[in-house]
Design a protein around this ligand. Structure first.
Ligand code: NAD
Length: 330
């Protein structure tokens, strides 16, 4: 059968599709297809399946451009780029790539936590610029992570893995907020030497008020858009750091720039942005922020696994079977 892939991805998944006898066309553009390019590409052949990326906006018009496609396999765990109502209406199966990127994204979140508090990017720039003239007792002071409190907003696969590193590796205390409480998670971490729980469920407000670091892991939904607003930023400690590896629009980015300028919070580390690839005005000029270009899942190992999982979802659907990772059942 015929499959269209909207951008070059690691070869391992493509090889699986080809090994099953499918014909695979991969976009030759070194970049995100524009709307017009995507629609034109999908109209080239009667494709049976599409492997798309989080940078592709998928809606009714796209489904109508390729009415033969039974499945759109998203190369991401998040699927806020896809209009699920339109997919349902058109009877198109949507799948994602959960699980395989959990550890990788959690590692990136932790890399951001350590980098912002220990001023790694700033120190690197300082040293490479030739400003290191010898050890200094007051030079580039940061803050410790060990035994501090980490707030987790969204205790799913990635959020709980970040909590694992925090508790096991840094003896941190966890305050978490989620739509559902996870008592097993709380039991797993028990109490510390003073008898107080290592992991506590709390309202979003209490997570923000009590944490030294806040790490965001909820999906982007209408309810989570601007969950971290100007008002919520004011609830955080002035000494606290905010980290986001989920989706940009969960934070009001303009409000964050103001909060960082006015030292409402001490710093932020972001992998995701509201209007990617654009950054809110003033964001990149701030000194108390670290930004990475949406690379939290970007390891050779994980990106290959994501390619294979997306392929496995397509293979299953084209074989008339249920895919391993459905987002929307027909
Ligand atoms: P998950 O579904 O396992 O976890 C999400 C958690 O959020 C769940 O526990 C869920 O109950 C909770 N939640 C949902 N709606 C909520 C709400 N309104 N309020 C509070 N909690 C709510 O997902 P995951 O695999 O941990 O991934 C989380 C997100 O990370 C994805 O949705 C994706 O957007 C993002 N992500 C980003 C990157 C990156 O490259 N930066 C990579 C992978 C995933």
């Amino acid at each position: 059968m015929k499959i269209y892939v909207t951008r070059k991805i690691p070869q391992s998944g493509i090889d699986k599709l080809v090994a099953k006898g499918h014909e695979v066309d991969v976009s030759q553009k070194d970049g995100v297809l524009t709307r017009e390019e995507l629609l034109a590409a999908l109209k080239q052949k009667p494709y049976d399946a599409v492997l798309c990326l989080l940078t592709d906006k998928i809606d009714k018009e796209v489904f109508e451009a390729v009415p033969t496609a039974k499945i759109f396999a998203n190369y991401a765990v998040g699927f806020d780029n896809i209009n699920l109502n339109d997919a349902k209406e058109k009877g198109v199966m949507i799948t994602n790539t959960p699980g395989v990127l959990t550890e990788t994204v959690a590692e990136h979140a932790f890399a951001l936590i350590l980098s912002i508090t220990r001023r790694i990017a700033e120190a690197d720039k300082f040293t490479k610029a030739g400003n290191f003239h010898g050890w200094g007792p007051m030079m580039l002071l940061g803050n410790d992570v060990s035994r501090k409190t980490l707030g987790i907003i969204g205790l799913g696969r990635i959020g709980s893995r970040v909590a694992y590193h925090a508790v096991k590796g840094f003896d941190m205390k966890i305050f978490y907020y989620d739509v559902k409480r996870d008592e097993n998670f709380e039991k797993e971490y028990g109490v510390d030497s003073t008898g107080s729980p290592r992991a506590q469920f709390a309202s979003v407000e209490d997570v923000l008020k009590n944490s030294d670091f806040v790490s965001i892991h909820v999906p982007l939904l209408p309810e989570t858009k601007h969950l971290i607003s100007a008002e919520k930023l004011k609830m955080m400690k002035p000494s606290a750091y905010l980290v986001n590896t989920s989706r940009g629009s969960i934070i009001d980015e303009v409000a964050l720039v103001e909060a960082l300028k006015n030292k409402i919070i001490k710093g932020a580390a972001l992998d995701v942005f509201e209007n990617e690839p654009a950054l809110a005005p003033g964001l990149a000029e701030l000194e108390n922020i670290i930004i990475t270009p949406h690379i939290a899942s970007a390891t050779e190992e994980t990106r290959s696994k994501m390619s294979e999982i997306a392929a496995a979802n397509i293979i299953a659907v084209l074989d008339g079977q249920a895919p391993p990772n459905p987002v929307l059942q027909k």
